[in-house]
Structures are given as structure tokens and as C-alpha cells.
Design a protein around this ligand. Sequence first.
Ligand code: MOS
Length: 727
Amino acid sequence: MTRYQMNSKHAGMALDRGVQGVLGRPVPRIDGIAKVTGAATYALEHPVGNLAYGVAVTAPVGKGRVTSIDTAAARALPGVIDVIAGDGSLPRDTPVFGRPDAPLYDGTIGSYGEVVGVAIAESFEAARAGAMAVTVRCEAIPGRFDIRDGQDDALATPEGALLPDTVVGDIETAMREAPVTLDVTYTTPTQVHAAMEPYGSIASWDGDRLTLRAPVQLVTGGIAIIARSLGIRPEDIRILSPFIGGGFGGKTATADMLLAAVAARRLGRPVKVALSRRQTFHATYGRSETIQRIRLGAGPDGRLTAIGQDSLVGQKAGASAFFEPVALGAVALYAGANRSFTTRTAQVDLTARGPVRAPGEAVGMLGLECAMDEMAEKLGLDPIEFRKLNEPSVDPSTGKPFSTRRLVDCYDEGARRFGWAERERRREGDWLIGHGMATASRVNFLAKATARVRLGPDGRAAVETDMTDLGTGTYTILAQVAGEALGIPVEGIDVRLGDSEYPSGSGSGGSFGAASSASSVALACEDIVAELARRMGAASADMTLKDGHAIAGNRRVALSELVGASPIEGLGTIEPGSNSASWSQSTHGAQFAEVAVHAVTGEVRVRRMLAVFDCGRVLNHRTARSQAIGGMIWGIGYALHEHAVVDPRTGAYVNRDLAEYHVPANADVPQIEVFFIEEIDRQANPVGAKGLGEAGISGAGAAVANAVHDACGVRVRDYPITPDKLL
Ligand code: MOS
């Protein structure tokens, strides 16, 4: 058992020798063939026998009280088995989902589309017909559906928040005294989770034990939430989540899991509940709209004396304390003695506002990085030069040292590869061509993670942890880590994930998954390496593991021979320690975009994008690049497309499917290039990787927006930049 707490710099480990040469290599996903052939089972595909199907019944008003729920017509339909609605038997809501201290349904409605019941039938079609035949009568009362209406009684940032208010110096005075100032407001709209795999789960009971087959990013955390909601013991819940089709912060504990569990218990048979895309938008959480006031003050030399990003965001009335931490990327980014980064929360009667990909940076950098572009223009400086002038040597808000920070190198390498100095604003027929850049920044986290590795008599190794793979490549990178540490080719490693019977991993979220779980696997391998060295009669440092053999001095012994009859087991745990507080840790990058704006229609086409990231060690260059590209594509969507339009009468989303809620399609995505600057970050975690997934989205949309401004001279401060705003 090897346990390491990050209270100091990690000295490095066996895998650092890189003898196997597999870590970092662009190994294709080891689960890729299973996925493209359909052999990989996603939650709703598990072959569970004797299934019944449930479809959620939802609220038809945005705020109010239910006066009656009529289920008679639904019950009379062929195939309908039962309708659970209005009788107080629904479980308690989850703290991540709606109103955590109320039952899922308590007779009141807190937002449009809240779950009020479930119809259960012999087929999905019959269940859907049943759900539609339930009549929910409500007394609607006026709701608050715009955060501006909540401005006057907005809540201050609570103690212990992810982003506490940060106020340094005196920004008001600094703004008055600065020769060059910018004071602008950027807004971003409500955005919703739109992972390719919708939400859905299968529940089955064996006596008092519940098994949930469901897409859950954080298996251990998900169990705690479900246990609390259902009022059962966590040890009586098993979650199976081997494959997940995208999570992005939305797949924790959702209504489908609770409905399936309650229905399965009542029926005494397994129940599958899938949320429709419309229900996914309304009955799970989304990202808050933001109003960001950005203030910048500088001397004529371009050095910032004042920097502020103060925001108003929304929070569902009565829901969990989560709020969109808008300034998370800004707070440690640029120098400036007088600083203000605050968030106020308006209580609204809208679908819960929760974590969506890169909470904070994804939308905060849309505002900050365009304001930086505006300020560079005012100062007559190149946007990169302006940023370099304000590159701090320590965290400018706290004075803490950076663990690693290669941002200037990202600017330089990105500029060189993109051809920044040679860029040319021009017109090609009716198309106006422009270029833009922005900084990417995403805070780096570490989460507690445990993994077990077993080296078997056949020389193969098995990795087991309840860590998940959302499509990010976790299976593959963990095979690479174990393969590198134990000297076994990737084909000789079996990775088993997403089962709560395995040791508790970090789960996937906040871009901490790869580094945290890789560290736990590497630590588990240290146990095995030590035991192999003992059997070889050599010091670990004098032994080489390669191609399934241990080599020490002039002896080369097959691992299968060294292991003997019973497997050698290692257990590794990584834990965050004081390093999280004593070092300022972030992933950085430089984003570049070239766009064409149509002079007549205002249509924007992104022509190419390029980014360079400083993300510590790259565990797999293929999956890392894919993560970055995915984020950058999302940046196109945030700049140009995504906007959940709220109906001001009901608080419902008007565009509640993927035909109307626009995300970039293939034709919207241009050539994208991604490069890395690798510096192993020993203060971050044992494997030295920093989070990458969410860094890709950070700044990507701002680079597009800045390119749009460069092309046509129009500065849109209200996202998304739709053609009407450019004309
Ligand atoms: Mo993160 S909000 O789990 O992508």
C-alpha cells in the first residue's frame, strides 16, 4: 500500500525512467474497437432481463402549486403498469439537481420541467404514452426568470466557495487615476448540457441492495447522493458505469436514477428510465447566464494598475450553493496591484444552475479575453505584447508561487506556428478575413484517488478503480501508466473502471481525473515494483522492467516467473495536501483563430484554429490533443451558437432540442491544430500532469470573437455573436 499526500514536491517514480517508452505516446484508445462495434455497453444498453420502462412526468409551469394529478387515463392505456405521481412516494431530491431538501415532488413547482412523477409500462412506447396521458393541473404564480430582476436582493459569495471574492488594493481609485481605462459589460446566456449520450439508467434490486447502471462521472460521490435521496445505506448501492458518452459536469446523480430506483422497488422488477433530450435540458442542471463587469486600468506603457471582473450569475431558488465562478480563470492571470473579482448570485425560478464544462473559465474568459483585446487596441499594443507586459512572476492575487507556468512560451510558440506576425486583415469577395488570439487558463485540481493493480502469474496486469472514462481516454492512459511502470506492453494491461466494487477513484470532473487516477495507478505500481525488486534481490533503482521482464545486473527474468503462483498486488492512494494551498496551479495556453465574416449577411465562418497548451506531462498525445480540440470546438459554439432561450412567461427553454439549441456541427469546424509545452509539474501530483480537458474551451471562444472584431470592426459584448448583432 503506497499512500502519498501532496504536501511537498514529489520526487518522481519508476515510470519516469520511461524505459517502456509507452507513456505519452499517441496510443489509440484501447476501448476504441469495442465502442465503434457496439460491444461497449452504455448505461441503457446493459442486457437486463424482465425490464419495465419508465418515462418521467414533468411540470407544465415555471413556478406554482400542483392542484391535481389525474392518472386514470394513463393507467387505462394498454401496457401501462403503474403511475407514481402525487402520492408522496417519490424520493428526496438530490443536492446537485434541484431543491435538495425537498422531495423530488412535494406539490410545489420550482422551475419549468421539474419531475413530478413517472409512468411505468411494459414498453418504452407505452410508458411514453402513459406519461403524456397524465394530466398535471397547476396554479401558476409569477416567477423570476431573468437574473437582472434578482439584482437587488442578490446573495454575496458564501464562505468557503470555490472562488471566494478577491479584492486587493483599491480598484475605484486606481481606475480614476489610470490614464487609459476600459469599463465594459459582457454577458453570456444560459447554456445547457448536451452530451451525446442523454441521461438514463437501469435500476434493479436484490433484496435491500440496489444496482444502478447509469452514467455517473463520480461513482463514489454519486452513491453518497443517491443513498441520501433514497434514504438507504451507501454500502447497499452498486453503481456500474463502465462507458459514458460525455459528462461535462452534468452526470452526477440525476432524476432518472431516482425514478428508476423507486419504480423498480415498487414493481419488484428492473426498471429503465431514459430522459428525453427535452427533459435533459429542463430536468437536469445547466450553466447560468452571466453579467460580467470588466474593468481594466493601465499606464501608457501598457502595464495594468487595475483589473476587475465582477459578475452577477443566477442560482435556482432553494437549490444547492453552486454558482458559476466567473473569474476563476482571471484571478491569477495578469499582474495589476488593484484587483476585484467578485460574484453575486440572483435567485431565479429556472432549472438548477450547476457545473458545466470548465465552470468559470468557459464563460469568464469570453468576457475577460475580449476586454483584454479591447484594451490592447486602446493602448495601441499588439494583444500578445500587452499580455506579456502583464505576465506576473507570482500569483498576483495571493503572492503564491506558480507550480509551473509556461504561458509566455505558449504565446511565442503559438504566434510562430499560427503566423501571427504575418497575419493580414483582408477582404476576399464578400468575406472579411480577421485574426484573433486569447489566453487559456484553467485552475488545476487534485482529487483523492485509490487504485489497485494486480500483476498475475501470466505476466498480465489488471488495474481496478471506480474511476470513469467519459470518452476522454481514461482506459488508455491508465494502461499506459501501468505499462510504463511495470515494463509491460499496453496489450498486457487490463483496465477495469466504473464499478463501485473497485477501490474508490477520483472520478472524472473538473479536469482532475487523468492526473489523479494516473497518480493512484502509478503509486500502486510502486508496491509491485518494490516486491519484484525484493524477489530479484536488487534495489528498485537498479532494476529495469521492460517487455515483460525484470532486468538487474546480468539477470533477465520473465515477470510471470517472478510472480509465481499468486498475483502481486499493489494499492495506491494519492491525496491532496498543503500543496493545493501553497502553490498557484493552473494549466495555461494560447488560442488563435482566423475567421471570415460575410459582409452582407453577417455569417461567421471559422477558418482555422490553433492552440498551444502548458499542461504538465502529456500522458497520451492523441487523447490529449482530442480533449483540447473538443474544448476548442465548444469554444466556437460559445462564441457563435449556444444559447438556451428562456421564455419570459414560463421560464421554459424555447429551443429545447438539438435542432434548435445550436452547437457546432462538422461543417462549422475548421482545421484545428494543437501543440503542447511539456514541463512535468512535481508540485501538482506524482505523475506531473496538469488538467487539460477544460483548458481547451478556455479562451477559445474569445479568440474567435476577437477575430470577428478584427475582420469587421464590430465588437459584440453579448454572446453568442449571431449575424443580427454584426449587421
Ligand atoms: Mo467538468 S464541469 O466535470 O467537465
